[in-house]
Design a binder for this molecule. Structure first.
Ligand code: GLR
Length: 301
């Protein structure tokens, strides 16, 4: 896909980040992953993100990621696949080139590793990643990698293939300034943990769409929420928030890392052999998994 094609696809609907499936030794488990991606691509998601945050990008070796992208491409049919990318600039450039060769339709650049950096350093980092590939790039704005409006403007001027901006800061003032300044130069994607909890506010701030982690295991419900939101059906959104998202949030908030581990548990509960999370994350306890099973029972496939 060209950068403009992936930009349009990103803006066409609800997005999601499949978990990465592991076997008993916590090695990538392609067969189970492909079955899951194939199931998800049957729902209304124009783009899926392989090896993103929910896909435990931070626990994968850069060598594993092109294979994960290739497996997602094989299983996804017409659904476009964007790959996670990140770490420092050197690794990021190598990884960006490798996933482009594996067929990725675009790249999501996650925050660089560990250290805080000045705006000029972030500018050079993002620019070098963009210039290393021909496919579209979107930046994930959060933690140690928050771009000021001026930096983003310079990047858009110098990198025609920078097509997307995903936000995980929750800083409504900043993101409104960005959408008001950059207009339709970028596609905007809400990416707070359990994005539905913030989706209405992000749409109000000019965002195009959001990514749903729970789409991994209750895709029908995630799509229903998305459609109700887009149709302005606030009553239905609030009902789904109360029946599903707030109880899910209570489980997710029990321990650090559950924004990913609870999603993987949900995928296992739907009958996929997704395996356990890799350290430094940890899995839900048996009791917490039972709570999740009760919550998702009405949406069992
Ligand atoms: O990198 C990631 O996996 C995300 O931040 C996307 C998730 O889908 C997030 O939006 C969520 O938890 O709903």
């Amino acid at each position: 896909m060209t950068p403009q094609e992936i930009k349009a696809a990103l803006g066409a609907g609800l997005l999601s980040f499949p978990v990465t499936h592991f076997d008993a030794e916590r090695k990538f488990h392609p067969e189970s992953y492909r079955r899951h991606v194939e199931w998800l691509s049957g729902f209304d998601a124009p783009v899926l993100f392989a090896a993103g945050g929910t896909g435990e990008f931070f626990s994968l070796s850069p060598k594993e990621i092109p294979g994960i992208v290739a497996a997602a491409k094989e299983a996804a049919g017409k659904t476009a696949i964007v790959s996670g990318c990140g770490f420092g600039t050197e690794i990021g450039v190598e990884l960006a080139r490798a996933v482009e060769k594996s067929g990725a339709d675009g790249i999501l650049l996650l925050p660089h590793y560990l250290i805080d950096a000045p705006q000029e350093g972030l500018f050079v980092h993002v620019k070098q990643i963009c210039q290393s590939v021909g496919i579209g790039v979107m930046v994930y704005n959060r933690d140690n990698s928050v771009l000021a409006v001026d930096t983003l403007t310079r990047l858009c001027d110098e990198c025609p293939n920078l097509i997307g901006f995903k936000d995980g800061t929750g800083d409504i003032g900043l993101i409104r300034q960005i959408t008001a300044t950059m207009g339709d130069r970028l596609t905007y994607l809400g990416g707070m943990p359990t994005a539905e909890l913030f989706a209405e506010a992000y749409l109000g701030a000019g965002f195009t769409t959001y990514s749903s982690a729970v789409f991994n295991f209750v895709p029908g419900l995630a799509v229903e929420f998305y459609k109700a939101l887009r149709a302005g059906n606030r009553a239905r959104c609030e009902e789904i928030l109360r029946d599903f998202f707030y109880p899910f949030m209570a489980i997710r908030n029990r321990r650090k890392g559950y924004a990913v581990a609870a999603i993987k548990a949900g995928v296992r509960l739907q009958g996929f052999d997704a395996g356990r999370v890799r350290p430094p994350l940890d899995d839900l306890t048996a009791q917490e998994e039972d709570m999740l099973a009760t919550l998702i029972a009405p949406w069992k496939r």
